[in-house]
Ligand binder design. Sequence first.
Ligand code: CAA
Length: 382
Amino acid sequence: MQFPLTEEQRLIQETARAFADNEIAPVADKHNREGTFPAALVKRMGELGFLGMLVPETYGGSAIGNFGLVLALEEVNRACASTGVTMSVQNSLVCAPIVHWADESLKRKYLPKLASGEFLGAYALSEPGSGSDAAGLVTSAVKDGDSYVLNGTKNFITTGAEADVVIAMVRTDPAHKTRGITAFLVERGWKGFTVGRKEDKMGLRSSSTVQLVFEEMRVPAANILGELGFGFKIAMHTLDGGRIGIAAQAVGIAKACLDASIKYAEEREAFDQQIGKFQAMQWKLADMATRLEAARLLVYNAARLKDAGQPHGKEAAMAKLFASETSNYAAREAVQIHGGAGYLEDFPVERYFRDARITEIYEGTSEIQRIVIARHLLTNLR
Ligand code: CAA
């Protein structure tokens, strides 16, 4: 796609592309097979400024904004979606809400370390009993002097095994469902904080997904983001941004599927010719490329609206919905183009197929995205 980029945006894209091709791609399969967290790559992302792209320079960030972030995320995810989700969560679900909602002392304390990669972060909303119905969470916080005492279990926490800090949505008022939730910034080293079960997943095998358990964990009241009872709005506002990141991830996976499919269609021969000469293959490639460009434009649109400070919840949901369905479509077609070879670990499309699946589920399932979009359309329903 020929999309007009500024010099700065082109530089970000080229830097991310070189990093993806030269540093991530050579080790992505090994990390995936062994299920190891790519710590060295994450450290490099900190050095490149990729972990603080939404953080102002005064707090050590690169302040590049959402459009630059999605350009970089597409490239990183093209090479490795596990590395990509670590980057997306750090920027959109951890740094962004601290920039937006934390007071000055919390910003100064945490943002420079998060932007440099010295600290990794996680976002803890889901629980064993609440996923799509996010406000059904029951992890509790009870006030005790200048602190709150937290008890409960958080589920499906991306980067949870490595995270130094966690933004945790916790119930402070059982009498109110959505308005009884507060966002706390908690540290891994605090007494009562335990990393629980590590999930064995279909895809994203080199990104950790764990339970986090809080047992009588004392958190200073000063570590509340925003105000008491404002946590659900913070969670939703934050996810509006996070969904743009996951949409960019899905675009990156779809691009990887298309690239691998073109290469295979030009190399592989059947019936005495390259399989790319068959219309059956050409139509698949044409449809993959067309949907990919449409998805990318939705992602760019949502990122630009967010950068402009305009409402973007509907557009983020549309981008996430369409891009994630596109990446699953592209991954399915890529495996089909590869035939039996696509079903083997020897070819990367097997990993893309497994990694694409989660993009339709986390940070809000496709069903939730449709609900969010529909609620923006049906403004006169009571
Ligand atoms: N921004 C700000 N405020 C918002 C908002 C938004 N985008 N969306 C809703 N709100 C506000 C509403 O205005 C309302 O405020 P009032 O109390 O003042 O009226 C309040 O929040 C409650 O809103 P709803 O009545 O719409 O809430 P709901 O219970 O019906 O839930 C939902 C809406 C869209 C279904 C929501 O629960 C949802 O998004 N669910 C999906 C959860 C999700 O995406 N989880 C992902 C987990 S994180 C993850 O996956 C990370 C990872 O691993 C990488």
